[in-house]
Design a protein around this ligand. Sequence first.
Ligand code: ZN
Length: 448
Amino acid sequence: MTRLWIKQPLAILSEGEASDGLVIEEGRIIEMLGAGQAPLTPCDEVFDAREHVVVPGLVNCHHHFYQTLTRAVPAALNKELFPWLQTLYPIWSGLSEEMIEVSSSLALAELLASGCTTAVDHHYVFSDALAQAIDVQVAVAQRLGIRVTLTRGSMSLGQDDGGLPPQSVVQSEAQIIDDSLRLIQHYHDAGAGAMTRIALAPCSPFSVSREIMRESAVLAEQYGVGLHTHLAETLDEEAFCLQQFGMRTVDYLASVGWLKKGSWLAHGIHFDDAEVQRLGAAGVGICHCPSSNMVLASGICRSLELEAAGCPLGLGVDGSASNDGSNMISEVRQAMLLQRLRYGAARVSHFDAWRWATAGGAAVLGREDIGAIAVGKQADLALFKLDEMRFSGSHDPLAALLLCGAQRADRVLVAGEWRVIDGAILGLDLPRLLHKHGRLARRLLAAS
Ligand code: ZN
């Protein structure tokens, strides 16, 4: 049994004193050491962290890995959500399983390298060629050793029925429910320390039927899995709900049985005061995606009010076609800056942004085993160095990581295993992956 001492970090973001570091055994944190304390039992390995700022592994609550193949597509530039989606749907309908594998590898590698240890993906494009998309993603995540919640997305409301996506990428309700059940039974691990979880994720009000929203909620309740969707991202969507369903987004959510703990919403921007209170009272989670919201000019999430009302609040990089990066530490900085613009500099500190990216994200995913450095938690850590030009002259290490714009972790530990060392992802041939990813991205665009 290996016992690892992360010794005397330069700075640490922990629950309780840990200036002399922490001890890890069997993938969990078993001891936190205050100044001058040594481990109670001898350690087999000691990692000297005097040059490292140690934070809990970052939690990314919303992404679309496949979109790394459609970054900065000329035809989709400078558009807001609906026209942006309508430009990209036909391109995405050409995805193959090889493309899912390579794009998921690239996205997860980028997340890991930026300090993320738990990632959510929302895959909702299921053309005939992609029946095994989630199975492929499970294998990729296992290979890289990152913790994931893979959400089985769905689209059932095509253009023929008044929805936004083309018919080629929508599925029947029976297909969606059968495959959701299969994935839960095959892959979902409900236990503490789980590396793979499944959740159900109808794409958005404008791309799925009421029935699929309702049936997904029933299935999620029955099997104890999470529920995820995009909601209140833009005013276009609000107008769509009023026209199609005769109600606003939160009323719609309530009408399909989603206003409850275990549901989490990507974006969650356009809520009025009463809706904020309703969501908070129900304990619905919100994933704030600052870069995506700025790129598509969607609006600014009411983060502090949602949290105060009782909503768990986490962060997401969102799909790479709207961000267009998967850099999680950079997203933490974006959240701090954008939320300052809404609430003022005195009300949003770097600690708020760190909370959203760690404990907040864990709460959004309903996990008590991750998101903090404390005894009993999973040993998911991101270690950053301050030896780059951008940090020179900085004083407060935890503030400097965000204010000076950290880009890459030096080391990352997931469930007590090193997955990134000296900035490199273990077991990954990055040049080969980049070559393949670029080739497939060009092929996808050429085929559309
Ligand atoms: Zn999204």
